[in-house]
Design a protein around this ligand. Structure first.
Ligand code: GLN
Length: 486
């Protein structure tokens, strides 16, 4: 049955609708797969065997009646930062270890509305802070292509589970690269949509001006299906854009001819792994052969992106995370003699070191006397980065670049050096700062056999052209659908 596990959402739809397999059988297959490989990969924080089978039985009824939606009966995994009613939503933190939200995130309502199946909740860096999933308070997730390496982060569980075929597709969240970088490391497709396209209601907040939910899938078309399912206006998120859901699957078929692909000089710099550069160049050549035009462009403020991000993201995080005080919900310290001590002990024991580092940095950046020098300055530089992209998109339709400077690194390699860890987001962060869509998709392999991803970016709300280019490139590259851990 291994090949059934390889099928994409669109392929499974046909199998399910023809009655060649039931949602219950498919769910059973995935639960078995989790049982046999998750001991090694450790992508899941919670597996919902009973709940998944109940949902599958319901999906089978809907399919029998001929009322199936694109995701009816499709087994999925959800990053543990997205609120799921009655189901633990831990953010891989001791702080929320026993937290069961009393409501569903909007994206969950939409998936449930389509009859998708939730197999479980996926591991991540604590509160989505990190690039390797090593900051999970519970355990590190491993890269299915090489179990001694990181899957990337912070949505490491989401990318590893899709790549190891422990779910057909998953949802992640991306504040500075957390969907795209793990997708690249695990050889799958990951999309951070335009800011405001997907509702953040029920997404546990990290940095509210940057956070977006997005799909992680085995192919570009699946990402389109999943994005179409979860996107669209929601009046419970004030940043949600009042726009109709884009028809992305149609865009996929439009071909590359005439598309201008920008190559930013600032993204092909010293320190980027040689094979990453050569695989991306090959991807560019393939696009050119398919009728795209390559143009050299410049994003001159790129070098300030990381510094800008680590001021804005930590400032917003320090404010968002003030809610974990031992009173409202989540963990509370056991021993204390007064209210202040209760707060202090709760936060000292409940948060891990990276989260504390970010709260301290962010609080400092926002404090009286420093606000102008840090937060205000960073906001001004952010505007310059937005302008860079606007200018660039006058000369091109999409921009292509590496996703990360290297392929997956070894577990433990960067944990003691936060700055090195932060640098792995150098090419993904500008996209969040500008609020534009960015996709990571497989482009090749390095000499060790580790996946290399290419990042495609487009202007605000131009997901259509992004999917058009990505779908064609995927076909043009014709990478064999080989998956790890067979
Ligand atoms: N790795 C980046 C960070 O640590 C981005 C995280 C994210 O996108 N959630 O902040």
């Amino acid at each position: 049955m291994a090949d059934l596990l390889d099928l994409t959402i669109a392929e499974l739809r046909r199998f399910l609708d023809k009655g060649e397999i039931t949602a219950t059988e498919l769910t059973g297959l995935y639960l078995d797969r989790i049982g046999s490989v998750d001991g090694k990969v450790r992508a899941y924080v919670t597996v919902l065997e009973e709940g998944a089978l109940e949902q599958a039985a319901k999906a089978d009824k809907i399919i029998k009646q001929g009322d199936a939606s694109p995701l009816t009966g499709i087994p999925m995994g959800i990053k543990d930062v997205i609120c799921t009613e009655g189901v633990p939503t831990t953010c891989s933190s001791k702080m929320l270890k026993d937290f069961r939200p009393p409501f569903n995130a909007t994206v969950m309502e939409r998936l449930n509305g389509q009859g998708a199946i939730m197999l479980g909740k996926l591991n991540m860096d604590e509160f989505a802070m990190g690039s390797s999933t090593e900051n999970s308070a519970f355990f590190a997730t491993r890269n299915p292509w090489d179990l001694n390496r990181i899957p990337g982060g912070s949505s490491g569980g989401s990318a590893a589970a899709v790549s190891a075929r422990m779910c057909v597709a998953s949802l992640g969240s991306d504040t500075g690269g957390s969907i795209r970088q793990p997708a690249s490391n695990c050889g799958v497709v990951g999309l951070k949509p335009t800011y405001g396209l997907v509702s953040r209601y029920g997404l546990v907040a990290f940095a509210s001006s940057l956070d977006q939910i997005g799909p992680i899938t085995r192919c570009v078309e699946d990402a389109a299906i999943l994005l179409e399912a979860v996107a669209g206006h929601d009046n419970r998120d004030s940043t949600s854009l009042p726009r109709p859901v884009p028809m992305l699957r149609d865009s996929c078929r439009e071909g590359l001819r005439g598309i201008r692909v920008g190559i930013p000089a600032e993204y092909f710099i010293d320190g980027v792994q040689e094979e990453v550069v050569s695989e991306i160049k090959n991807g560019l050549k393939v696009m050119q052969e398919m009728g795209a035009e390559l143009v050299d462009i410049s994003l001159p403020h790129t070098e300030y992106a990381i510094a800008t991000y680590y001021i804005i993201a930590t400032a917003e995080a320090s404010s968002n995370l003030s809610r974990y005080d031992g009173v409202k919900y989540g963990f509370r310290a056991v021993n204390y003699s007064n209210l202040m001590e209760m707060y202090r002990e709760t936060r000292a024991q409940g948060f891990g070191p990276e989260v504390k580092r970010r709260i301290m940095l962010g609080t400092y950046c926002l404090s009286a006397g420093y606000y102008d020098a840090f937060y205000k300055k960073a906001s001004q530089v952010r505007t310059l980065i937005i302008e860079d992209f606007k200018k660039a998109f006058e000369e091109c339709d999409i921009i292509a670049s590496p996703v990360a400077p290297t392929t997956a690194f070894k577990i433990g390699e960067k944990v003691r050096d936060p700055l090195q860890m932060y640098l792995s987001d150098i090419f993904t962060i500008p996209v969040n700062l500008a609020g534009i869509p960015g996709m990571s998709m497989p482009c090749g392999f390095d000499r060790k056999g580790l996946p290399v991803g290419i990042q495609l970016m487009a202007g605000h709300l131009r997901e259509g052209i992004l999917f058009r280019a990505a779908y064609s490139l995927e076909k043009g590259l014709g990478l064999d659908r080989v998956w790890p851990l067979n």
